[in-house]
Ligand binder design. Structure first.
Ligand SMILES: *Cc1c(COP(=O)(O)O)cnc(C)c1O
Length: 365
């Protein structure tokens, strides 16, 4: 009996039967460009500050941490700006947990959440985990999403929650704020919570506005962010949201008490105090991102415009063969299951060069 058959013998919830867990491969490969991490790592001064902050916490580790993580919320509000205060902030163990908590509070059995695939592969999984129906909207050609189309679909489906991902994963492209405004208005009838997942906002081209600018006067709008990407802290598990204060009050009804460990809180606060240092490599990553787009075009491929730290590109006859060829060359990229396409994270200059050289060699065969 294999593991899947053994699982099916358990009294698993009916709606989870036959489902597959999130599964980006975690392989031991020299160059990891598959899950959009910041490959520069944590700079020395930030590392030292985090180490000291964590050491200072150890004396109190016999006590539960601040359930309200007030210092962290204050630091996150100060980082975001836009006149936000700690009342507007909630945080959890990665923005995945923030999104899960939002669905626990605003989704659930008999309710629906709408997303627009291809988009973040966790959305349907978070929906199924919380017993929320996942409604898949459709995009325009070239994976775009116009305000008119998105709003019409939201009006028709009347979901309880809408997930907009901007810049979108896996395509990398940011949405215009007109899309967010139109979806928010269209969600008025179903009182939809509109979540804009801005996990990659720090990598956007200069002048790309954030949905944070729309929060004022929109109590159903939520902007989700993370420290996993630009801040190079994927391993620390810190995500957060900005919204009207009552959204955080709703989450307080479903969160586990003390869900953010003292170590996590100390790490995140120290990181935010050193945000200049941690974010110093964002510009270098954007340079590599733009370089990938230019060089892929020169190879006759079709990269999507990217406001993130990764590039989604098409024009491949066999993505699987290219994925395997790159793996053999020591470079792990992501096959997101879209015909003809792959996704690659922009890494350091050397990592990007290894990817481009490997790809050129494979395509020349
Ligand atoms: C990486 C990513 C996240 C971040 O998840 P964390 O749980 O904060 O690590 C959120 N949304 C999208 C679209 C992502 O690609």
């Amino acid at each position: 009996m294999d593991q899947f058959e053994r699982l099916s013998q358990l009294p698993l919830r009916d709606d989870l039967r036959g489902r597959h867990p999130y599964g980006a491969p975690q392989l031991d490969v020299p160059i990891l460009l598959n899950v959009n991490e910041n490959t520069f790592g944590v700079p020395l001064d930030a590392k030292e500050a985090i180490l000291k902050a964590v050491a200072d916490e150890l004396d109190g580790l016999n006590r539960y941490p601040d359930r309200e993580f007030t210092e962290l919320r204050r630091a996150l509000a100060a980082y975001l700006g836009h006149g936000l205060t700690e009342e507007n902030i909630w945080a959890a163990n990665g923005s995945n947990e923030v999104l899960q908590q939002l669905l626990q509070a605003f989704g659930g059995p008999g309710r629906s959440v709408m997303g627009f695939p291809p988009t973040y592969s966790m959305y349907p999984l978070l929906a199924s985990g919380t017993g929320t129906d996942y409604v898949a909207g459709t995009r325009d050609g070239d994976f775009g999403l116009s305000a008119g189309s998105a709003a019409a679909q939201v009006r028709r489906q009347a979901p309880n929650v809408v997930l907009l991902c901007s810049p979108n994963n896996p395509t990398g492209t940011a949405l215009g704020l007109d899309v967010v405004e139109a979806v928010y208005e269209a969600g008025e009838a179903s009182k939809a919570i509109v979540i804009v997942d801005e996990a990659y906002a720090e990598f956007s081209h200069t002048g790309t506005p954030s949905a944070l600018t729309l929060l004022e006067g929109r109590p159903r709008l939520v902007v989700s962010r993370t420290m996993s990407k630009a801040f190079a802290l994927a391993g620390a598990r810190v995500g957060y949201l900005a919204s009207a204060p009552e959204v955080a009050d709703a989450i307080r009804l479903v969160r586990l008490p003390y869900h953010l460990s003292a170590i996590t809180q100390a790490t995140a606060v120290a990181a935010l105090r050193n945000s200049d240092s941690l974010l110093a490599n964002v510009e270098a990553i954007k340079v590599q991102r733009d370089r990938i787009v230019t060089e892929l075009e020169a190879l006759g491929l079709t990269p999507a415009p990217s406001d993130s730290n990764f590039v989604f590109f098409g024009g491949l006859q066999s993505p699987q063969a290219v994925w395997e060829g790159l793996l053999a060359a020591g470079v792990l990229v992501r096959d997101v299951g879209i015909p003809g396409h792959l996704r690659v994270t922009a890494g350091t200059e050397a990592e990007t060069t290894a990817f481009l050289d490997g790809l050129r060699t494979i395509l020349a065969r």
